[in-house]
Design a binder for this molecule. Sequence first.
Ligand SMILES: C[S@@+](CC[C@H](N)C(=O)[O-])C[C@H]1O[C@@H](n2cnc3c(N)ncnc32)[C@H](O)[C@@H]1O
Length: 258
Amino acid sequence: MHALSRRVRFGFASRAPMSSSSSSSSAAAAGRVAAGGRDPSENPAVGRLRELVQRGDAADGWEKSWEAGVTPWDLGKPTPIIEHLVKSGTLPKGRAFVPGCGMGYDVVALASPERFVVGLDISSTAVEKAKQWSSSLPNADCFTFLADDFFKWKPSEQFDLIFDYTFFCALDPRLRLAWAETVSGLLKPDGELITLIYLISDQEVGPPFNNTVTDYWKVLEPLGFKVVVMEDNELAIKPRKGQEKLGRWKRFAHRSSL
Ligand SMILES: C[S@@+](CC[C@H](N)C(=O)[O-])C[C@H]1O[C@@H](n2cnc3c(N)ncnc32)[C@H](O)[C@@H]1O
C-alpha cells in the first residue's frame, strides 16, 4: 500500500493551546480536551514512545520507536499547510531542509526542480522507510534523505528554507537553545524558517514536550530572528485544529547601536 494512503494515526496532543498570544479565554480552554482529540498522555503509543526515548540515550530511543513502529505523530501524508504553501508560490526556492523529517512526507511535498530538499532524521530506520516509499516518485531527484544527528550534521551548503514540524517539541527542552543556534547556522542569511508549532501544555514529560509560541521566540529572537507571520493553522488536520500555529521567521542582521 502506498504510504500516503495509510490510515492517519494521531496521538500527539489534544489539549487546547497555551501560547504567547494566549488570552484568558485560551487559558481557560487549556483544560479542555479538544474535539476528537485525546490527551497524549492517555495514548498508549505516546506512553511507549516516552518510555523508549527517556530510557537513556535519546537517539537510541528514537531508533527503537521507529523499529517498533511506535510513531504516534505520523500523519501518513504531508501536512496540508505545506501543500498550500507550495501552491501559494511564496516559499523560497533553492535548498530546503526538514530536520527530524520522519517518513518525509513534507520533504517530498516541498521538493521540485526549483527546490531541492534534504530530509534528515537520527533514525536510520526512519530514513530507510522514507526512501522506500519515495524513491520512485516523479520528483525523486529533487530530494534526499540522510540519517544523522541534527546537532552534529555539517552540510557543505546552507539552506534557503528550513521547515520544522513536531521536531522542536520532540526534543528535550534543554536542547532548545542549541536547536535555535543550529537552525541559525544552517540557514542562509536571508533564508526563511518555518515552524509549524504544535501547541501543547500540561505534560509532565515528553515527547511531545510542552510547547508554546513563546518557547520559540525566546530562543530565536536573541539570534536576530523576527516573526513575519504567526497565525492559526486553519488547515490543521481535524484532531489538531486549534492546536497549531504557523510561524514564518526571517533573520535580520543585528544593528549596531553606534
Ligand atoms: C515527532 S517526530 C516528527 C517527524 C516528522 N517531522 C513528522 O511530523 O511526521 C520527531 C522526529 O525527529 C527525529 N529526531 C529526534 N532527535 C533527532 C536529532 N537529534 N536529529 C535528527 N532527528 C531527530 C526522530 O527520529 C523522529 O523521527
